[in-house]
Design a protein around this ligand. Structure first.
Ligand code: SF4
Length: 149
């Protein structure tokens, strides 16, 4: 049942303190960083893997596209990043991924609505969708208290 507890875990790199966010910062999460003491964590940033620079323009999911704040369509970068992330997940036999909530790549259950006004709606980021489709369990950093109590 809980076999994924002993497998390497895929993690959004920004949660580990790596400065991969669109604004050039990280989103270090002490609970995730603490997991490095007992688990093998594999950091990934799908947006960098998709060929986007850091820093980069913020983007949100609008319908079936991903659009930056200035209106550039970066959907293909997001799809490429999701596919490359999946390759890494397969190489390491990943069963569980902990990804950054609200991100248009990594969001799990909650993303922004595409208006760039900070409005949250139900939904998954592009990478989360691809990983889930492959049967990988994805949770956000908000849920790790339930996974590793
Ligand atoms: Fe973090 Fe994911 Fe955004 Fe990369 S794409 S900065 S890992 S939330």
């Amino acid at each position: 049942m809980k076999t994924y507890y002993n497998s390497p875990i895929l993690v959004s790199s920004c949660l580990l303190g790596i400065c991969t966010r669109y604004d050039g910062n990280s989103q270090a999460n002490p609970e995730i960083i603490k997991l490095t003491k007992t688990k093998i964590l594999i950091p990934v940033c799908p947006e960098q893997l998709g060929g986007l620079s850091t820093p980069r323009e913020p983007a949100e999911i609008v319908g079936n596209r991903v659009i930056t704040k200035n209106g550039k369509d970066v959907t293909e970068n997001f799809i490429k990043g999701a596919k490359e992330t999946l390759k890494i997940a397969k190489i390491f036999g990943i069963k569980l991924a902990i990804l950054k909530q609200y991100s248009p790549s990594c969001g799990c259950g909650k993303i922004y609505d595409g208006s760039f006004r900070g409005t949250v709606v139900k939904g998954d980021g592009i990478t989360t969708r691809v990983l889930k489709k492959e049967g990988i369990m994805v949770v956000s950093e908000e849920e790790i208290g339930y996974i590793f109590p």
